[in-house]
Design a protein around this ligand. Structure first.
Ligand SMILES: [Zn+2]
Length: 61
């Protein structure tokens, strides 16, 4: 995987209006620190679309 630039990660937040928390990169996904949804990264660009996010992992990781 290619890490996203830190400046980019610094400004990214969860796209859910009721969440808006910071995102952590984990492998090729961004994991929301608030709701736990996972957003994929395509071509080094995060796909921050709630409808395409994967649900939280529920503790297993
Ligand atoms: Zn969230």
């Amino acid at each position: 995987m290619t890490p996203l630039r830190e400046e980019l990660l610094d400004i990214l937040v969860c796209p859910l209006p009721q969440c808006r928390q910071r995102l952590d990169q984990r492998d090729d996904q961004l994991v929301c620190t608030g709701c736990g949804r996972r957003y994929r990264i395509e071509e080094n660009w995060p796909v921050l679309i709630p409808e395409e996010a994967q649900p939280p992992l529920d503790g297993k990781d």
